[in-house]
Design a binder for this molecule. Structure first.
Ligand code: GDP
Ligand code: IMO
Ligand code: MG
Length: 422
């Protein structure tokens, strides 16, 4: 039995989709446990490229895939994604959706937009997919769950009730009951056959000694508690979110793989201690195609930050790191690694809790010589230029976790596994 989770260890977009797809070839079931279509996961193989938002990146393995209870699901976006996969000839008959996941409805998107406007210059830079407002309703106990959504009578009753309350708080909401109901009851009919208690399915696989793979969305620095609050998402992207968002306990996890870019990116607002601007940032952005999968926004670029990845290692009990996009760093003469911060002249090794302090921290850097070789065809650690090997070894030391996978290009084939998890 193996329960493995793939988690984002920076600010998202580290390459979780690629590694989930890769590992899913040896998994029996693949599950998402948090987030929604704020995620954009890219998968490339056999000259084909896919971008997924809701459906686990393990779908290409032909195995069963699960959208877990911790997710927030936009039914329209979900059905569009199913169609997108079907039109590319990918089988979608093994998708299961948790009866306890929460439904994103049109008013959530409106509220997301409104809140961002109200925040003005302090806006979070959300993906405007209604994620935050849907999680707010969940914890307010004003959410609509998939199990209720697929019961037409119940959906009608609950939607009426909820919309009334929401409109009292947000008079600007334009969505009306009848048009939401008429449109969404049709989506509910299509989704109904996929809905079940997905925790029972996961438990069956685990009890049978099978391989279960969990796919995180977003990243550790966007965690609602330990991220750069309030510039975060509204869920727990790390291994800490698996139990809560899938219905199985934490002790079923046998490995947690931290997906880590060989540098750092962030999309949206908020502190980013190792951010760089100018020519080098532009070069990395172009070589690494650092533009959002969902929003197409240019990603902010920065040096590798060991303080950040250490925090992810602590939160997720990482057992291995998958170091991504190493190829993008070829040709940079000197690389910087952030080993600690200073705050008001004092050296610190963890992120402070307030945004005021976060905006004040200064990175402490060490420099390492880079490499100029093209590494995109490398198949083993030994084939890497020695400076690249040293860079990897230094990251392992600083983060206190072994690099068990590394990646030298977007394709499935450009993945080198140093230690298997399944
Ligand atoms: P995710 O959200 O964590 O799944 O990551 P995204 O898909 O949003 O962004 C990662 C991007 O990097 C995608 O465009 C991938 O195709 C690409 N990618 C993944 N691994 C590598 C790599 O090793 N090298 C290069 N050049 N690109 C990679
Ligand atoms: P994947 O899974 C990168 C960011 C948004 C914003 C903040 C809150 O592809 O790594 P939200 O819409 O969630 O309320 O936005 O979180 N964000 C992501 N950044 N990758 C993601 O997903 C993200 N999902 C949300 O840009 O700063
Ligand atoms: Mg992404």
């Amino acid at each position: 039995m193996a329960g493995v989770v793939v988690v984002g260890s920076q600010w998202g977009d580290e390459g979780k989709g690629k590694i989930t797809d890769y590992l899913s070839q040896k998994a029996d079931v693949i599950a998402r446990y948090q987030g929604g279509n704020n995620a954009g996961h890219t998968i490339e193989f056999n000259g084909q490229k896919f971008a997924l938002r809701l459906i686990p990146s393990g779908i290409f393995s032909g195995n069963e895939v699960i959208l877990g209870n911790g997710m927030v699901i936009n039914p329209k976006a979900f059905l569009e994604e199913v169609e997108y996969l079907q039109s590319a000839g990918i089988a979608t008959d093994k998708i299961k959706v948790s009866d306890r996941a929460h439904v994103i409805l049109p008013y959530h998107l409106e509220i997301d937009e409104l809140q961002e406007k109200r925040r003005g210059a302090n806006n979070i830079g959300t993906t405007k997919k209604g994620i935050g407002p849907t999680y707010v309703d969940k914890y307010e106990r004003l959410g609509l769950r998939i199990g209720e959504f697929i019961d037409e009578e119940l959906f009608k009753e609950r939607l009426k009730e909820i919309l009334e309350v929401k409109k009292a708080s947000f008079p600007e909401i334009e969505s009306d009951f009848q048009s939401i109901f008429d449109e969404y009851k049709e989506y509910a009919k299509k989704i109904k056959p996929l809905v079940t208690d997905t925790a029972l399915i996961l438990d069956d696989y685990l009890q049978d000694g099978k391989n279960v793979l969990f796919e995180g969305a977003q990243g550790a620095m966007l965690d609602i508690d330990y991220g750069t609050y309030p510039f975060v998402t509204s869920s727990h992207p790390g291994a800490n979110g698996v139990a809560e968002g899938s219905g199985i306990g934490p002790l079923y996890l046998t490995d947690a793989i931290g997906i880590v870019k060989a540098y750092t990116t962030r999309v949206g607002s908020g502190a980013f201690p190792t951010e760089i601007e100018g020519e080098l940032a532009d070069q990395i952005r172009e070589v690494g195609h650092e533009y959002g999968t969902v929003t197409k926004r240019p990603r902010r670029i920065g040096w590798f930050d060991a303080v950040v990845v250490n925090q992810s290692r602590r939160m997720s009990s990482l057992t291995g790191i998958s170091l991504m996009l190493l190829d993008v760093l070829s040709g940079i003469e000197t690389l910087k690694i952030c080993t600690a911060y200073t705050l008001d002249g004092e050296v610190i090794h963890a992120l402070p809790s307030t945004i005021k302090q976060l905006n004040k921290v200064k990175p402490v850097y060490e420099e390492m010589p880079g490499w100029s070789e093209d590494i995109t065809k490398v198949k083993s650690f030994d084939e890497l230029p020695v400076n690249c090997q040293n860079y990897i070894r230094r990251i392992e030391e600083l983060v206190k976790c072994p690099v068990t996978i590394f990646s030298v290009g977007p394709d499935r084939e450009q993945t080198i596994v140093l230690k298997e998890v399944f």
